[in-house]
Design a protein around this ligand. Sequence first.
Ligand code: APR
Ligand code: PHB
Length: 389
Amino acid sequence: MKTQVAIVGGGPSGLLLGQLLQTRGIDSIVLERRTKDYVLGRIRAGVLEVGAVNLLRQAGVGDRMDREGILHDGTIISYGDEIFGINFKEHTNAGVMVYGQTELTRDLYDAREATGGRIIYDVEDVQICDAKSNTPYVTYTVDGVAHRITCDFVAGCDGFHGVSRNTIPDDVRVEYEKVYPFGWLGILSETPPVADELIYASSERGFALCSMRNPVLSRYYIQCSLQDTVEDWSDEAFWSELKRRLPKNVADKLITGPSIEKSIAPLRSFVTEPMQWGRLFLCGDAAHIVPPTGAKGLNTAASDIYYLFNGLAEYYQDGATTGLDAYSEKALARVWKAERFSWWMTNLLHRFPDENQFDQKMQAAEIAFLRTNRAAQSVLAQNYVGLPY
Ligand code: APR
Ligand code: PHB
């Protein structure tokens, strides 16, 4: 088989790239290790920056998001019983769109199917070959049968556990990592959200987050130990711990119900450099991971796709490689800022097993500063709604 861009991985990064390319008549094939149902079964964050929203519209997949997504002009932070808001609109003239990643991925699949884009599921043994030459190719098997795709470029959109990153030789690749000593236990429940905006809650018992998907579907998280399993947490235990971490007036309003999903995710910051090697370009989770505090995962993937798409569009329009040559540098410059913000928010709001009283005082002082200082609020707002592309 032959295509212009072989896309390894059919998560949000790969699918979004495929749709954007399609708008310029650039052909791609998406290779996905799992099935569509498996990919759609994964629950991830649900907050989109302005840049991601615009890119989805540009890709022709913004209609349902614009109808069903909820615009948020700010967020709420609580610290013990203290609670305050940060108004994004006031500081940045922008807001964020709350729209579940599962829905967005579904829209991307629907668009790919409607436009006749090729996706091959259940692929195994994917290998990216000759990426340093002008004639790269990708090999894989399906049901034990070997296949090969020749292409101009390969987009490595296969997530943290994919094969793309490791295609770049060890002596070229530099990896930066920080693993946090806790995880997030999350539940989805068919209950109305406790507030109109997200609440990021820091308490003596640890962090909690009140988020939502729509007026009748809520998403809540609590910081948990890395040793915990979902079996350790009944719904009742989850709700009771969540309430203890929220200000009393919020906890009293919380409507609880059975969970329809429950999972634990570890927290990690990770970046690999460079994000390009020859004709292979890494995008999204294949190149970087952020802890979920601040919801930057999907948004950072979207900015990678923006830079790569523009580089490819330029190449196919007039043969110039300026955008492609600058891809790694441009993408990484923005990635590192999102890494910094997620790391900062994680440090600000969580309890660390080895923290001492001094560390706690530092957190309290930083929260107090944020609560009253407009410049500090503006920094948070600018980062949360998303730095410019
Ligand atoms: N071959 C083909 N596909 C693969 C391979 C492989 N060897 N390895 C992994 N994949 C697929 C996975 O099954 C998954 O569907 O690549 C996809 C990668 O998707 P994500 O992990 O969602 O990564 P990405 O598309 O970059 O998404 C970035 O969305 O999913 C979130 O946490 C993620 O918020 C981040 C953002
Ligand atoms: C979510 O809704 O799942 C969510 C929202 C904000 C975050 C993380 C997760 O920072």
